[in-house]
Design a protein around this ligand. Structure first.
Ligand code: UD1
Length: 340
């Protein structure tokens, strides 16, 4: 069965391609290489033994998307990762974010809904919940007004898919709301490669440990949490990748209850920034240089998933620990930087 993975050379996309291939799916990747390198294909091949098909396409190019679907007429589903994802940048370039994240989605759906049957998995985010009133966060928690254009593209994206699924019986979709994906494949053949200064906590930690950054800033220690730092649900990217395969297979096997479903993907456990730092220090043996600075604008106090729906309905549960995820992120960083 042939599956399109957009953004398949990126962080979560590449790990998902590996798990799809391991599960027997035939994968074709679309990526515009704006935030990924073609060499990721070699990393995937080293792990699975199979190099996926690859087309360099900018999904904002509607004609190119149409031509792609004519060439690969046997595609029966898509997992859509391709999107811009820097929260701060989205505030400064809202139109770029709306154009990139939404027009690509619309063009894909226009093609998929022409098929007799099509399955679609969407990369969404726990950012849709904002600061939830209750923790852990269930899928029933209300979607809060988005804090950034990036977050808004995820909310609007979900609405576009929901409305599409309502009207097209041949189209089934699942939106997966990720908590905080971290880590790398145990082979160290693929991992996260942020461009420029990392905005997310774990790549900043590993780059500081590797000597690329002088010091890590902890954004605030006066939050109402156990140690005053923000709490998040850090999920190993390999666990997350496996959830995509299970979601797709759920649609392929017609096991979905409605033709648009949402699932939270997290571990169910919240960890504070200081807990992440100390766990990293333990697994890496590196003393991290860090200091407490002011809060970062837009950060929620705490977010972690209620995993009951994912466990019981999707049949998926995260397996790997925070320590394992941090260790894998460190091993990957060391490999990329040539550190022994
Ligand atoms: C961020 C995005 C979120 C997006 C997700 C994708 C924001 C406000 N949110 O989530 O919309 O879906 O990335 O991965 O950007 N921290 C530090 N020092 C740092 C970096 C982070 O203390 O140098 C803290 C943050 O304050 C936060 C935690 O670490 O408490 C995690 O931050 P980050 O990795 O950026 O993820 P989120 O903000 O949760």
């Amino acid at each position: 069965m042939k599956i399109l993975v957009t953004g398949g050379l990126g962080f979560i996309g590449s790990h998902t391609v590996v798990e799809l291939q391991n599960a027997g799916y035939d994968v074709v990747i679309i990526d515009d290489l704006s935030n990924a390198s073609e060499s990721v294909l070699d990393g995937i091949q080293k792990i699975t033994g199979t190099k996926p098909d690859f087309e360099k396409i900018d999904l904002r190019d509607r004609d190119a998307v149409s031509a792609f679907f004519k060439k690969y007429s046997d595609i029966s589903g898509a997992i859509h990762f391709a999107a811009s994802k820097a929260v701060g940048e989205s505030v400064n370039k809202p139109l770029l974010y709306y154009e990139n994240n939404l027009s690509s989605l619309i063009y894909l759906l226009q093609e998929l809904t022409k098929k007799d049957a099509a399955n679609f998995i969407f990369s969404s985010s726990c950012t849709v919940y904002g600061q939830a009133d209750e923790l852990p966060i269930t899928e029933k928690a209300p979607v809060k007004p988005a804090e950034s254009p990036y977050g808004n593209t995820k909310q609007i994206g979900e609405e576009i898919i929901r409305d599409t699924a309502k009207i097209y019986d041949n189209f089934n979709a699942i939106a997966l709301r990720y908590f905080n994906p971290i880590g790398a494949h145990e082979s160290c053949e693929i991992g996260e490669l942020p461009l420029g200064v990392p905005q997310n906590l774990v790549p900043f930690i590993t780059q500081t440990a590797a000597g690329l950054r002088q010091e890590l800033s902890v954004f605030g220690d006066d939050y109402p949490t156990s140690d005053g730092t923000c709490v998040r649900d850090y999920i190993h990217v390999v666990d997350l990748a496996k959830a995509h395969v299970m979601a797709l297979t759920r649609l392929v096997e017609d096991k979905n209850e409605t033709n648009y479903e949402t699932f939270n993907l997290g571990t169910g456990t919240g960890s504070s920034v200081l807990e992440v730092i100390h766990t990293f220090e333990e697994v890496s043996g590196v003393d991290l240089s860090y200091k407490i600075v002011d809060r970062r604008e837009g950060d929620v106090v705490a977010a972690y998933a209620d995993t009951v729906k994912a466990n019981e309905v999707l049949g998926w549960k995260s397996q790997l620990t925070l320590a394992e995820a941090l260790k894998s992120a460190w091993n990957w960083e060391k490999k990329v930087r040539g550190i022994n």
